[in-house]
Design a protein around this ligand. Structure first.
Ligand SMILES: [Ca+2]
Ligand SMILES: [Ca+2]
Length: 200
């Protein structure tokens, strides 16, 4: 009985926490569609995001935030997320139009080998850890892709969780996530571009 009550309490806590994570500019991200990394949810630290240090080390782009937003002319929307550290996370309120398998294309940059991150919904991983390769410098964005991401129709909060830092000392700079419906013409499952790691 005690176990059941604890479980109910945890579930309620998760629901409550997600209620405090609100879409950026009041607009829920549509999937399929492109999500700018810098358009994580609005809300208090620990509700909409968690950042290692309280200061925004980057650009003054949106409301006062602890998340480190990077201004860069080569990025989509002129901004991305930088100074990423293990344990940090960002929420994205989304509306999935159709249940199915998706491909996520992401533009990232890293000087030396980057780290690992993963997408989760209600604590469950949507994919294997995603590795950010050495793209040849912090100023060099590169497209990486994962496939086989299963999503269920409806509203969700997708949490991007930074798992581990790489040789770069960071997870990596992240510009956007583009969710596309998987079709048979898409590339084979799971990070086909990881092979590039050896080359860089
Ligand atoms: Ca920060
Ligand atoms: Ca961006």
């Amino acid at each position: 009985m005690k176990k059941i009550l604890i479980t109910i309490a945890i579930v309620l806590c998760i629901e409550f926490a997600q209620a405090d994570s609100k879409p950026f500019n009041g607009k829920i991200h549509q999937i399929p569609g492109k999500i700018e990394a810098e358009h994580y949810d609005v809300g208090a630290p620990g509700k909409a995001y968690y950042d290692f240090d309280a200061k925004n080390l980057g650009a003054n782009y949106r409301e006062v935030t602890q998340v480190d937003i990077e201004k860069r002319s080569d990025a989509s929307n002129g901004h991305g997320i930088g100074w990423t550290r293990k344990g940090e996370w960002l929420n994205y309120s989304v509306d999935v139009k159709e249940t199915g398998t998706y491909v996520i294309e992401m533009q990232v940059a890293s000087n030396k080998v980057g780290g690992l991150f993963v997408f989760k919904v209600k604590g469950k991983s949507l994919c294997k850890p995603i590795h950010i390769p050495d793209t040849g410098g912090w100023d060099k964005l590169k497209l990486i892709k994962i496939s086989g991401v299963k999503l269920i129709k409806g509203r969700h909060v997708i949490r991007m969780v930074m798992l581990d830092q790489g040789e770069s000392g960071s997870i990596g700079d992240i510009d956007y996530f583009n969710f596309k419906k998987y079709s048979s013409s898409s590339e084979p499952p799971q990070q086909s571009r990881q092979k590039n790691r050896a080359k860089n």
